[in-house]
Design a protein around this ligand. Structure first.
Ligand code: SAM
Length: 270
């Protein structure tokens, strides 16, 4: 079913049919993202560029949007209402969002470890590289992009939705957060990055921030590349990089540094 109505010079076409954004169709077993949003036109956004975009075009992963407006009520397809108890703003309605979630979760594994159902929210658990790795190891994820003051709590409780935050700040909507989390996840899928080693060596992979990087020219603005990196001595380069990674982590992220030391204490070979 598709509903079309004119709004001034803009025509909006909310639809109950999920929209697939990959160009060639994704093999059934490819990792899938489903996004419930009031702004399906925001996708694939940056995910359509570069490595994630190429991988989407090649069917290494799939992206589907579910237009929340299509589930809205009445002539104006309303999706929100005033907060119970009063206060500023509007809240996404439980009945409207509930129907969209049922559509978005059709046919997905019941085991949430294999296919998480997540609502983007500043109140949620902070998103990390470890969560990106978990998601990439499953079959897909369904992300709900909130707007206004957020979503009716009963939906979160009823569907046992995990709330996930991009950081301690408030965005206008969940779409940017969804794209950031999907970018971090999709690049970990097999064959998406050309050079798999870069995933193993980058920030957070071993619990540390990454060492500084340099490239040509060897001298720039009176600054030379650290001589050890030009020495051709691979052992010395590896030691220098490890020392730099440790120093940076200790200085910038005491939380990561403490976790790294604790892990080393438990398992010195880690
Ligand atoms: C204006 S915010 C709502 C903020 C909410 N009233 C609060 O104070 O927690 C609208 C939507 O943007 C998204 N959002 C905002 N900040 C976010 C963040 N840090 N991480 C993930 N999603 C966020 C969520 O989907 C949220 O429902």
């Amino acid at each position: 079913m598709s509903v079309r109505r004119a709004a001034g010079r803009l025509a909006i076409t909310p639809s109950l049919t999920p929209r697939s954004l990959e160009k060639r169709g994704t093999p059934a077993r490819a990792w899938q993202a489903r996004i419930i949003t009031l702004f399906p036109e925001a996708f694939p956004g940056v995910l359509g560029l570069s490595l994630t975009g190429n991988a989407l075009a090649e069917g290494l992963w799939g992206l589907e949007t579910v237009d929340l407006r299509g589930f809205g009520l009445g002539k104006h397809r309303n999706v929100d209402d005033t907060p119970a108890g009063g206060g500023a703003g509007m809240v996404l309605r439980a009945d409207v969002l509930g129907r969209a979630i049922e559509m978005a979760m059709r046919g997905v594994p019941e085991d949430r470890a294999r296919w998480p159902l997540v609502c983007l929210s500043p109140r949620g658990r902070p998103f990390t590289q470890a969560i990106a790795r978990d998601w990439a190891g499953g079959q897909g994820v369904t992300l709900i992009c909130g707007r206004f003051e957020g979503v009716d709590q009963r939906v979160i409780d009823h569907f046992e939705i995990t709330e996930m935050s991009l950081g301690d700040f408030v965005l206008t909507g969940g779409e940017l957060a969804a794209q950031a989390m999907l970018d971090a996840t999709v690049r970990l899928l097999p064959d998406v990055l050309g050079n798999a080693a870069s995933v193993e060596e980058e920030s957070f992979a071993a619990g540390l921030l990454e060492h500084p990087q340099y490239t040509r020219p060897a001298d720039w603005a009176g600054c030379a590349i650290p001589p050890v990196l030009m020495s051709g001595n691979h052992g010395a380069v590896a030691r220098w990089r490890q020392e730099q990674a440790e120093a940076l982590t200790r200085a910038r992220r005491p939380d990561l540094w403490a976790a790294y030391l604790a892990r080393k204490d438990r398992d010195p070979s880690a």
